[in-house]
Design a protein around this ligand. Structure first.
Ligand SMILES: C[S@@+](CC[C@H](N)C(=O)[O-])C[C@H]1O[C@@H](n2cnc3c(N)ncnc32)[C@H](O)[C@@H]1O
Length: 322
């Protein structure tokens, strides 16, 4: 039978448990039996070595959700790539599983009496809005749905803070086309708000939205994601589900970077980890809590991962508007 330490070692090797300096120390003494001094030096080296970007992310994320979560979570591992027939089947199944998961969360919200609006930031052709609409309608849940989008695709990405795969104008679908796809004519509980977030979120219409029960941030880029999160801060219901659809596992990029910048701005919110799916969708549960006075002072102390460049530096951060 495998001993507990051997199992832990195997899990660590598979990156399913975090590396721990104390285990390295124990292993050196009990298994390899090096000199105690040599072992202590090695532990000290491990403890003072600079963190890799993944470790930096993982340390930060542990602070956000209060527990260690392997990232990115790579299970299930398979050699079938998504562009092969078997890989495509796996990808399709994972999408179906996520739809069922989101529907189950809606049931939880309903059972707990959290019945505020469902909001998506980044609608594109409306696929996710349709999933959530269908899930609510088939269960007889009366919910308001709001979708914010430029309906012109992505704005100019930031060379510094966004992944290179995103380009201006990507995911463009017009308001008329999306309205038709979502059969807006027969749904008086659905509102699509066209325009750049920087223009639409500060409007009085958007200001009246509150107690949001389910929010999907699916705008791919750092700057728009930060605008959405800032809008959401005072509007998320206690117990709301927050989905970040483009989690990068990198505190310097995209939605993860935006979340890192936003997190200290909302000390009254706690985030409970629900899951990652296989394609970077992060599900969190949001809890509101009273803030003790001594926490107020430290709430704004996170470093800016992208400090503003000097005035003569040409590569400044792009805004969410092109
Ligand atoms: C990946 S798509 C959304 C996909 C969609 N949620 C679905 O279910 O398929 C990203 C969307 O974000 C929108 N978007 C990104 N930045 C924006 C901004 N600053 N203002 C408005 N819309 C924005 C784009 O127009 C695009 O439709």
């Amino acid at each position: 039978m495998l001993g507990r330490s051997l199992i832990a070692k195997l899990l660590r090797r598979l990156h399913l448990l975090p590396p721990r300096a104390v285990d390295v120390e124990k292993q050196d003494i009990t298994e390899a039996a090096p000199q105690a001094e040599e072992s202590a030096v090695r532990v000290a080296e491990i403890e003072t070595a600079p963190l890799t970007p993944t470790e930096t992310y993982q340390e930060w994320f542990r602070g956000v959700v209060g527990r260690w979560v392997q990232a990115p979570n790579t299970w299930p591992a398979t050699s079938w790539m998504p562009d092969t027939p078997w890989g495509a089947r796996i990808a399709k199944l994972m999408v179906e599983v996520e739809h069922d998961y989101a529907s189950a969360l809606l049931e939880t919200l309903d059972a707990e009496g959290i019945r505020g609006p469902i909001v998506e930031f980044g609608v594109f052709q409306g696929d996710w809005l349709r999933v959530l609409l269908d899930a609510c309608e088939s269960r007889g849940y009366a919910r308001q749905f709001i979708g914010f989008d430029s309906f012109q695709g992505l704005p100019v990405p930031s060379a510094e803070a966004d992944l290179e795969c995103f380009v201006e104008g990507q995911f463009s679908a017009g308001l008329a086309e999306v309205s038709a796809r979502l059969e807006i004519e027969r749904r008086d509980n659905l509102l699509l708000v066209p325009g750049w977030f920087a223009d639409t979120l500060p409007t009085s219409q958007a200001a009246t939205v509150g107690d949001i029960s389910f929010a999907r941030v699916d705008c791919d880029l750092y700057a728009p994601a930060l605008e959405c999160l800032r809008y959401l801060g005072p509007r998320l219901a206690d117990g709301a589900v927050l989905v970040l659809d483009d989690w990068t596992f990198d505190v310097t990029k995209g939605e993860t970077c935006a979340f890192m910048e936003w997190r200290p701005e909302v000390p009254a919110l706690d985030f409970e980890f629900l899951c990652f799916n296989g394609v970077g969708h992060l599900y969190l549960r949001v809890r509101n809590r009273p803030i003790p006075d001594d926490e107020m002072d430290t709430a704004q102390s996170q470093p800016d991962p992208h400090p503003e460049p000097a005035p003569d530096d040409a590569g400044s951060r792009s805004s969410s508007q092109p």
